[in-house]
Design a protein. Structure first.
Length: 201
């Protein structure tokens, strides 16, 4: 069985992988670290294993490249449980942010404008960013201020849940604006989720 963990030794933080435990450790002597992080010193491997066994804990090789290898006494089962619990919490809170695109024309009718605004609000509420692309055709391109005014109006429509991450900018025959969820709204959403979680009071 192998273990991955952060080891703090002498004020230096090390990332270690594939660490041996107990009889998997192949060394004649080791530098032994107690469960509370204090150094016991250099002892024969069998002595280190005996000390760990007496405390009903595991001996974990945390720096096998050192001479002598560094081993630490710890509760391996408890560590695995805590790491598993931490990973589950991290996955639960992890949010994948995607970018949705909404396309419009400068001559869009009011009803269609409101439909687009509602769709954008829904995407933002789900935590996604929205790329709004205003497409100019023919002679519409000679009036970019009309498109900019339209996009600004759209930003105002969703201002309560969104911030303008990228102001309207003309790129070729398209004008693009990017909206992102408000950070304060995301924090409130996370708080609400935590309060709704089972076991919360």
């Amino acid at each position: 069985m192998r273990l991955s963990l952060w080891v703090i030794l002498g004020g230096v933080k090390l990332i270690t992988k594939d660490l041996p435990i107990n009889e998997e450790i192949k060394a004649r002597e080791v530098r032994l670290i107690d469960v509370d992080g204090t150094q016991i010193g250099i002892v024969p491997f069998k002595e280190a294993l005996r000390i760990a066994a007496e405390r009903e804990l595991d001996l974990v090789g945390v720096a096998m490249q050192a001479r002598p290898p560094v081993c630490r006494i710890m509760d391996f089962g408890k560590y695995k449980y805590e790491m598993s619990k931490r990973d589950r919490e991290a996955r639960k809170k992890q949010r994948v942010i995607s970018v949705k695109e909404i396309k419009m024309r400068p001559s869009i009718e009011e009803h269609d404008f409101q439909v687009k605004a509602r769709n954008i609000s829904r995407f933002l509420s789900d935590g996604d960013k929205v790329k709004v692309t205003l497409i100019f055709r023919g002679r519409e391109i000679i009036h970019p201020h009309i498109g900019e005014k339209l996009l600004q109006r759209l930003a105002e429509e969703v201002a309560s849940i969104a911030v303008v991450e990228r102001p309207p900018k003309l790129e070729g025959r398209n004008m693009i604006m990017i909206l992102a969820p408000r950070p304060d709204r995301e924090r409130r959403s996370n708080v609400a989720e935590d309060q709704d979680a089972p076991g919360s009071s």
